[in-house]
Design a protein around this ligand. Structure first.
Ligand code: NAD
Ligand code: ZN
Length: 356
């Protein structure tokens, strides 16, 4: 088991990573949450079917309450949020209770926001089950969606701990592995060229990646996320670099309809776009062709879905949280591992979109 200590301005907490770390949960609850009254597990239908029994076995002495959300992005609606709060109230959760988030990023974002807002905030623990969640479970951004925008209703709210049991990742469909691995590659691109070259040399195929290499990649990804979050918990500066590839990525996700395109697949297209812009505008010297060859081998499709309109994508990119006023603001790279916020003109953006 590997332990990474996350240090933010508001809180310090551990991320436990490894096969079987769920077995440490009980001890943690007894030693860290004294006077614990009740546990509410928030999960989704898929994860409940596959793994809930195992988690319940570990926690059997606590007789946890269970709330099951729909799988995927559908977990992050007002309606599901309301139902989860009702379950908490009906079962008498109080300030000494804990919410356990058991699932991918969607369940994590929902549960975290329930925990942040229920009785003005009660403790929560992340028990992530996707590769993507190496990113989403760390750093304390929690949110649900508004029909007018993704993640628009949320908070900064850190968990008590993260228990990342890699055994649970074994049931992930390849599409979800790919989605999550895009964020690992992002972490390498914005922070560590050696890590990027290591990934390129050691991960020629995403389906047959060994548990050991996967664990190493996730630990490294979490450490990089921690580096940015520890300097800037509330995203007033360097934390924005974690949005590399996300300006176009979010626009694609939104245009495709949330849930029809995985987050990571969309972000991968956004990263290739941002790399090309970086070559052009910041003299980044990086072989994007070679990078595209590698990620294509990993199964990513970096072509823009043909029915998407450039105008709509540009409009969505302008709405991006990082953009201010009329300009488009992008995270680009001066070098691999050296991100920079850069204003980019609409003309350049459009030309480069057409070349994707
Ligand atoms: P997800 O939670 O929707 O999970 C993806 C799919 O995999 C779902 O259908 C889920 O039921 C299924 N699944 C989960 N674990 C499984 C397992 N072990 N075996 C088989 N199937 C499993 O999504 P995700 O990709 O983990 O995360 C995406 C979400 O995370 C988005 O809502 C995004 O906005 C959010 N996010 C948040 C942050 C943050 O900092 N808070 C960062 C990145 C992404
Ligand atoms: Zn992301």
């Amino acid at each position: 088991m590997e332990t990474i200590q996350i240090q933010t301005e508001s809180k310090s907490y551990a991320v436990f990573v490894g096969e079987g770390v769920r077995k440490e949960l009980n001890d943690f609850l007894s030693t860290h949450l004294t006077d614990l009254t009740r546990i509410l597990i928030i999960t989704d239908e898929t994860v409940a079917k596959l793994h809930l029994q195992e988690l319940q076995t570990v926690l059997s002495t606590w007789n946890p309450i269970i709330f099951i959300a729909p799988s995927g992005e559908k977990a992050k609606t007002f309606d599901v949020y309301y139902q989860a709060l009702s379950t908490a109230l009906e079962n008498g959760l109080d300030r000494k209770s804990v919410i356990l988030s058991f699932g991918g990023g969607a369940v994590g974002d929902l549960s975290g926001f329930v925990a942040a807002s229920y009785m003005r905030g009660i403790p929560f623990i992340q028990v992530p089950t996707t590769i993507l969640a190496h990113d989403s479970a760390v750093g304390g951004k929690v949110a649900i969606n508004h029909p007018l925008g993704k993640n628009m209703i949320g908070a900064f709210y850190q968990p008590e701990a993260v228990f990342y049991d890699l055994e649970w990742l074994k049931t992930l469909p390849v599409k979800e592995i790919r989605s999550g691995f895009a964020e690992v590659i992002k972490h390498a691109l914005i922070s560590d060229s050696d890590f990027l070259y290591w990934l390129q040399a050691n991960v020629p195929d995403i389906q047959s990646i060994s548990q050991e290499r996967l664990a190493d990649s996730l630990i490294k990804g979490i450490e990089i996320k921690n580096k940015f979050v520890s300097q800037d918990e509330r995203e007033t500066g360097v934390r924005a670099y974690l949005n590399f590839g996300h300006t176009l990525g979010h626009a694609i996700e939104s245009e495709m309809g949330y849930g029809n395109f995985t987050h990571g697949e969309a972000v991968m297209i956004g990263m290739v776009y941002a790399l090309k812009l970086s070559n052009q505008l910041l003299n980044l010297s990086f072989n994007v062709k070679e990078f595209v060859r590698w990620v294509t081998e990993l199964g990513y499709d970096i072509k823009l879905p043909s029915h998407l309109s450039y105008e709509q994508l540009l409009r969505k990119m302008k709405q991006d949280k990082k953009s201010v006023g009329e300009s488009y603001r992008f995270v680009l790279l001066e070098q691999i591992g050296q991100p920079k916020l850069q204003e980019v003109s609409e003309k350049v953006l459009l030309e480069e979109l057409k070349r994707l």
